[in-house]
Design a protein around this ligand. Structure first.
Ligand code: COA
Length: 289
């Protein structure tokens, strides 16, 4: 067994209906695939119908599970409401929402137009708020329990240059995760988040690290564990957090990044670069040798 294998037992998500925003590509699609293989019924949504249809076909063929593709721009509350209603009509209910859809521009902030800044805030923060409000009201009005899993990022804690709208929006999603974990616990609605470090996806990596940038700034070099993430290990964590096995967990933000963000934070972590002879010299100079 390895981290590339599925972790939960067969049927762990049997009969759960899970809506994954941004589920047609990247990490959203990988999570959807694993949820399906554990017995869930899955709604995948994004703006692009053709991409969704293709993904739904591929996912259902690979897992024999039931997948419903629903096009939706999460910036638009009416579209979000309609999507949720359509999902409930189709599957009878929705039990779990994974707020995964995101957008990002990597750019010096002073080069961004106000519209560019707002576009990222609208998708990441307002889109998540729209989906959260729609699903939360649906669960509360129906007297049903519910689960939110929000995909944030480690720079939601620290901030990060060159992705400022995304950092600001994800920090808002992080605050929403913890706030609603408490406020909506009385309705049996749980709210957790995952903060992934570098997990290669075609969309994010070609956009964020175009051309030879990926080679110049190989993200694996910044990870103490020396590698980037495998989609299955994120899917394992996501499946656990949406399953009943995590019934006592809420308001938690789990980092899965091989130690990447702490490496940047620890004052002396750069001392990895100190060669052995220099350590020997320092030891000798304090009189131990
Ligand atoms: N860098 C900086 N600004 C950019 C940009 C970029 N790469 N791409 C677009 N913009 C600006 C546009 O110029 C526009 O601003 P303006 O009106 O002042 O000129 C503004 O952002 C909105 O652009 P537009 O193309 O109209 O937005 P859209 O709503 O059609 O699509 C996205 C925006 C983010 C949804 C689209 O770029 C996209 O699909 N991105 C990929 C998804 C993604 O980023 N996934 C996340 C991976 S982490």
């Amino acid at each position: 067994m390895s981290y590339k294998d599925g972790m939960l037992r067969d049927g762990a998500l049997e009969d759960k209906v899970i809506l994954v925003t941004g589920g047609g590509t990247g990490l959203g699609k990988s999570m959807a695939a694993y949820f399906l293989s554990l017995g869930a019924k899955v709604v995948i949504s994004s703006r692009k119908n053709a991409v969704l249809e293709e993904a739904a076909k591929e996912l259902s063929e690979a897992t024999k599970g039931e997948v419903l593709p629903l096009a939706c721009d999460i910036r638009d509350m009416d579209q979000v409401q309609n999507m949720l209603e359509e999902a409930v009509r189709h599957f009878g209910r929705v039990d779990i929402v994974v707020n995964n859809a995101a957008a990002n521009f990597i750019s010096p902030t002073e080069r961004l137009s106000a519209n560019a800044f707002h576009t990222i805030l609208d998708i990441v923060l307002k889109g998540t708020a729209n989906m959260t409000l729609a699903a939360g009201k649906y669960w509360i009005d129906g007297g049903m329990p519910g689960v939110f899993l929000n995909i944030v990022t480690t720079y939601a804690f620290t901030g990060s240059g060159y992705v400022v709208p995304s950092a600001a929006a994800k920090a808002g999603v992080l605050a929403m995760t913890r706030s609603l974990a408490v406020e909506w616990a009385k309705y049996k609605i749980r709210s957790n988040a995952i903060a992934p470090g570098p997990f290669p996806t075609e969309g994010a990596w070609t956009r964020l690290l175009p051309g030879d940038l990926a080679a110049k700034f190989d993200p694996a070099n910044k990870v103490p564990l020396g590698r980037v993430g495998e989609h299955q290990e994120l899917a394992n964590l996501a499946a656990y957090l949406v399953s009943d096995f995590s019934a006592y967990m809420t308001g938690e933000i789990i980092t899965i990044d091989g130690g990447e963000w702490l490496k940047g934070a620890g004052q002396f972590n750069g001392f990895d670069a100190v060669p052995k002879p220099l350590w020997d010299q320092m030891e000798a100079s304090r009189g131990k040798k």
